[in-house]
Design a protein around this ligand. Structure first.
Ligand code: SF4
Length: 291
């Protein structure tokens, strides 16, 4: 297998074969993200991808999940994507699911019918970075998306019968928009009603515009307890039908996992317990936080 640069994958793809079908992120402009800054976006040649699949075939009996990297591999056209999915399907008879990162644009480039074709070829889950339900915050961090478009993209994924897993980012509105970012994000999660929602916390990546803004004093990262307040506001404002919500990522100060709405009150009480005590021993230490 040939990998170019650092490879990122969702935690739930830890046991997947990672197949790098694109290099970098086609957007690559979010002010908080340093993941693909060292890569110029390009699509890998089908021949190279096929060689990687052939190499992995030696382990075919163990491969049940495949994750397509990098940042938004779903940006590939159907013409490019279908042969890749077919080759994966042919190579790994025990395959149960293919996962892929998508963004609003890459999803909206496909109709529900086209997404259904992807599903028939094994795509079982699409990971979508929503980041915030506050349009002011999205514009501020140069996400390049409009909430109505993201809601439509989320709907298409669900209409195609593909699992929708989204991430949001605590602290992205800074201290100034902390409460509104949390409230609007909770409401937006309710609007798109994802199967999975993960809340990460902002970590400053050196060299990114957001890290520079902090240096200049134009952006202030909320304190750990302000981030916990955000988490509580966000959860309080969710009104979903059946979503697994997790903020157990290494960037978070307090790991939370809950089925919403079933465990909403219990979870809010647990967060309030930590907020009332303000005991640092109840939080993940700073040195253990990571992206
Ligand atoms: S956050 Fe996602 S869309 Fe934005 S630059 Fe990073 S990988 Fe690309």
């Amino acid at each position: 297998m040939r990998y170019e640069g650092a490879i990122y994958r969702p935690p739930s793809e830890a046991d997947s074969l990672i197949l790098q079908v694109t290099i970098g992120c086609s957007h690559n402009k979010c002010t908080f993200c340093g993941s693909f800054k060292d890569k110029k976006f390009r699509v890998r040649k089908f021949g190279e991808i096929k060689e990687d699949i052939e190499e992995a075939k030696a382990y075919a009996k163990y491969i049940r999940k495949v994750f397509l990297a990098d940042g938004d591999a779903l940006i590939l056209s159907q013409k490019r994507l279908l042969p890749i999915l077919q080759a994966i399907k042919d190579a790994f008879p025990k395959l149960e699911r293919i996962g892929i990162y998508g963004n609003t644009k890459s999803i909206l480039n496909k109709s529900v019918e086209e997404l259904k074709v992807l599903k028939d070829l094994g795509v079982g889950i699409i990971y979508l970075g929503v980041e915030s339900g506050d349009q002011v915050v999205l514009d501020m961090v140069n996400k390049g998306t409009k909430l109505d478009d993201t809601a439509e993209a989320a709907k298409r994924v669900k209409d195609a019968g593909i699992i929708l897993s989204v991430t949001v980012l605590l602290g992205l509105g800074g201290v100034e928009r902390s409460a509104i970012h949390a409230e609007e994000t909770g409401k937006f999660l309710s609007r798109i009603d994802p199967d999975y929602a993960g809340a990460l916390s902002v970590i400053l990546v050196p060299g990114t515009p957001l890290a520079e803004a902090v240096k200049k004093g134009t952006f202030q990262v909320p304190t750990p307890y302000q981030l916990l307040e955000e988490l509580a506001i966000m959860i309080r404002n969710t009104n979903v039908t059946h979503t697994f919500f997790a903020s157990n990522h290494a960037s978070n100060y307090l790991p939370v996992k809950a089925w919403l709405p079933e465990e909403k009150e219990k979870t809010l009480k647990a967060i309030q317990y930590v907020l009332d005590r303000k005991d640092p021993a109840l939080l993940r230490p700073e040195y253990m936080r990571a992206l």
